[in-house]
Design a protein around this ligand. Structure first.
Ligand code: COS
Length: 419
């Protein structure tokens, strides 16, 4: 397949980054491309490839070697998300969610003991993990959480549920938020916890040798619920999580009491960088497919890539990809440096989500009726791209974050007569 090249890369990437990216591409071409269509149709979680990705060390790319990682950086894991998404966004989000949403808060806010116990397992890809923030009444309004944690003797008891959780059924290690009390101003005190449960797919996990750890002291009263049947990301696992008097040891609080919301917002900043890279990858994958197709497809005795209507669109497409790379790699480098990057992450994610939606729609259009069939991967990429405008904060939420940086917080409406 055609591989896009970019001089933007020279500004950001080291030889190590390029080697990692080449390794991921080779893996994707050999192991993902042959099954991508089938796992999408069957909504089948690709356990065989999870085992291979664990062997390649992809789940631990940014974490220090002492915690089972590869000791690389945020930009490196960003490249993994981008490269996998060119071929199969479901593979990409399985790895991306594990790194940026499940392992990242443990690395950033966890105690040394929590890192040794949980991060190492996630980094080695021994088991998968997930992040539980969203609830039926707490989507964009992430502080609307109703899951409660009550202190009883020497443990916490959690009740409630989370929805739309990536890796929810397949995973074993979870970081979740719950309300632990009320603050003096009447607002909710939100804290976060680490919980564990056995994977739903015990047989598959045992068959491939990853996905289940026997020594995790699974949390009583904690389970996955319904698996979602989705428009896209069909080979990734999205489920509900249910807490029914879940007994969580005191030492499984993650970070300080009352810091759950802020810590999760910080985690989401990182998730949005990875998601932006994922969406950039979708736009690039769709362009690679479209260049190949429009060079081969003849109409009116002409390669369709020689029609100006198509050339101009392909030129715009590549230009937007190059602009997106600057946004994504810059945000990744800010995160790596420990600098505030909420605005940059929101901008990168917003831009790339609109790019991926636009690009994949164009890809289907330029493939004509072929693009509307499952014979070509572009229809799958188009379905996969849509979640980019919804997940990890809708495009509207990204605009709220960006506008607050530009204008400050929104003012309450001025009362009648007070003007
Ligand atoms: N990093 C650290 N702290 C942050 C933060 C961030 N990125 N964003 C907000 N905070 C802090 C604020 O500084 C504020 O602290 P103080 O109380 O000390 O002032 C506190 O958190 C509350 O912030 P804010 O008032 O902005 O909260 P809002 O309820 O207005 O929510 C939005 C802000 C809407 C931006 C937030 O709820 C959000 O991102 N929603 C989308 C959630 C989402 O992406 N869900 C998808 C999950 S799929 S994995």
């Amino acid at each position: 397949m055609i591989e896009l090249t970019s001089s933007v890369d020279d500004r950001y990437l080291t030889d190590e980054h390029r080697m990692l990216r080449a390794m991921v591409r080779e893996f994707a071409e050999n192991e993902i491309v042959p099954i991508a269509q089938e796992i999408d149709e069957q909504a089948r979680f690709p356990w065989e490839n999870v085992a291979k990705m664990a062997e390649l060390g992809l789940f631990g790319v940014p974490w220090p070697e002492e915690y089972g990682g590869a000791g690389m950086d945020t930009l490196a894991s960003t490249l993994v998300s981008e490269e996998l998404a060119k071929f199969c966004p479901s593979h990409s989000i399985t790895v991306g969610a594990n790194i940026t949403l499940a392992a990242s808060p443990i690395y950033e806010f966890g105690t040394e003991e929590q890192k040794q116990k949980y991060l190492t397992k996630l980094a080695r890809g021994e088991v998968l993990g997930a992040f539980g923030l969203t609830e039926p009444d707490a989507g964009s309004d992430a502080q609307g959480t109703k899951t409660r944690a009550e202190e009883k003797d020497d443990h916490w008891v959690l009740n409630g549920s989370k929805i739309f959780i990536t890796n929810g059924g397949v995973g074993e290690i979870f970081v979740v938020t719950a309300v632990t009390g009320e603050l003096p101003d009447g607002s909710k005190e939100i804290s976060s916890f680490i919980l564990t449960k056995p994977t739903r797919d015990l047989e598959e996990a045992k068959a491939v040798g990853v996905g289940h750890a026997g020594d995790l002291d699974y949390t009583p009263g904690f389970r996955h619920g319904k698996k979602e049947d989705k428009l896209g990301w069909r080979a990734s696992d999205t489920t509900e999580l249910v807490f029914e008097d879940s007994v969580v040891p005191m030492e499984n609080m993650l970070g300080q009491r009352g810091h759950g919301f802020k810590n999760f917002m910080r985690t989401l900043d990182g998730g949005r960088v990875s998601m932006a890279a994922h969406l950039l990858g979708i736009a690039e994958g769709a362009l690679e497919q479209t260049i190949k197709f429009t060079r081969e497809r003849m109409q009116f005795n002409t390669r369709i890539c020689d029609f100006q209507a198509i050339r101009f669109e392909l030129a715009d497409w590549w230009t937007r990809i190059e602009a997106a790379k600057h946004l994504v790699y810059h945000a990744a480098m800010l995160r790596q440096a420990g600098e505030l990057h909420s605005k940059e992450a929101a901008m990168a994610k917003l831009y790339c989500s609109e790019l991926a939606a636009w690009a994949t729609t164009k890809a289907v259009q330029f493939h004509g009726a072929y693009g509307y069939t499952t014979e070509y991967p572009v229809e799958r990429l188009m379905r996969d791209a849509k979640i980019g405008e919804i997940g990890e904060g809708t495009s509207e939420i990204q605009r709220i974050v960006i506008a607050r940086h530009l204008l400050g917080p929104e003012q309450s409406p001025v009362e009648e007569g007070a003007r």
